[in-house]
Ligand binder design. Structure first.
Ligand SMILES: [Zn+2]
Length: 134
């Protein structure tokens, strides 16, 4: 196998789009030497469209990274059936169940209010809980 050929799957979507942008940019530069004005216009339109696609791809890549981080964070949080609380793995401080069960699975520690109750400063909700025994 030729080692100079990078499998497409190994390239990030960002580098694929960057390669595409530079190919079309080269084609646009070459077309400037042509007397075919329709060809020049078509290539310029393709270049503009690809630049728009690149911006969208970068947005989606950022969003995808953020969602992966949220998933990883969610995976490290466990529900304790004894205390009915949510805890990060290996920790005893309870998380806000309301924030964690929201669609974005926010990890927010409860402020200890004594008497086995905690207050979430994000959703401004008081919760009762039992400290987990580790
Ligand atoms: Zn909360």
């Amino acid at each position: 196998m030729d080692s100079s050929i990078v499998p497409a799957a190994a390239l990030t979507v960002t580098s694929l789009v960057n390669n595409l942008v530079s190919s079309v940019k080269n084609a646009r530069e070459l077309s400037k030497q042509s007397s075919d004005s329709e060809l020049k216009e078509q290539i310029a339109d393709i270049y503009d469209a690809i630049v728009d696609v690149k911006a969208r791809v970068l947005d989606l890549d950022t969003e995808n990274r953020s969602l992966r981080e949220q998933l990883a964070q969610k995976a490290s949080v466990k529900h304790d059936p004894n205390t009915k609380g949510f805890y990060k793995e290996g920790e005893i401080d309870p998380l806000c169940p309301k924030c964690f069960q929201s669609p974005t699975h926010d990890v927010v520690y409860l402020r200890d209010e004594g008497d086995q109750s905690g207050y979430c400063v994000v959703c401004r909700t008081a919760h009762s809980y039992l400290h987990r025994r580790v």
